[in-house]
Design a protein around this ligand. Structure first.
Ligand SMILES: [Zn+2]
Length: 165
């Protein structure tokens, strides 16, 4: 009873174990520890830890979705947690948004063994589509092709103007 001598400040997103600030990774899951959010009450944390299935906590972290901002990312995390998949958020690379802002896209990462379960849950919620990763690159390519056509057309018009003079 009473307050603990050293208040744990970091928790493992995988198993919910609490660590002091001298730790960086969970000794059991080897997941990077996250700051224990003040609004996260103890009973809730235990509830989260209970939901997570240990068999979905194995392997390196894999990005399964990209959320538009922090609240969206947390929504995705909650959805994954319902399926027993622990997840981590990482600021998407290449977006220079100051750290204190909740804006800017986030990558949602899950352990390798939880990827299939996570994808099923995300597909069911229509957060991701069934298209293979390569298919997502089609629109920018099309855009570039359109741009090239426009440029070629512009050049043709320019030469036509010069030809008329
Ligand atoms: Zn752990």
């Amino acid at each position: 009873m009473g307050t603990a001598a050293s208040t744990p400040r970091l928790i493992c997103p995988g198993c919910g174990a609490a660590y002091g600030s001298d730790h960086r990774f969970c000794e059991r899951c080897r997941l990077p520890l996250v700051l224990d959010a003040p609004e996260l009450v103890v009973s809730d944390r235990h509830g989260r830890a209970r939901k997570i299935k240990p068999q979905l906590c194995q392997g390196p972290l894999v990005a399964v979705a990209r959320a538009g901002n922090q609240p969206e990312a947390e929504f995705v995390q909650g959805l994954l947690l319902e399926e027993g998949v622990p997840s981590l958020l990482r600021r998407s690379a290449g977006f220079d948004v100051p750290d204190f802002l909740a804006a800017g896209p986030r990558d949602v990462l899950v352990p390798q063994s939880g990827v299939d379960t996570a994808r099923e849950a995300l597909l069911a919620a229509e957060i991701i589509t069934d298209a293979p990763p390569g298919a997502a690159r089609t629109p920018p390519v099309r855009l570039l092709a359109g741009l090239l056509v426009a440029l070629a057309l512009g050049a043709a018009i320019v030469s036509l103007i010069y030809a008329l003079h």
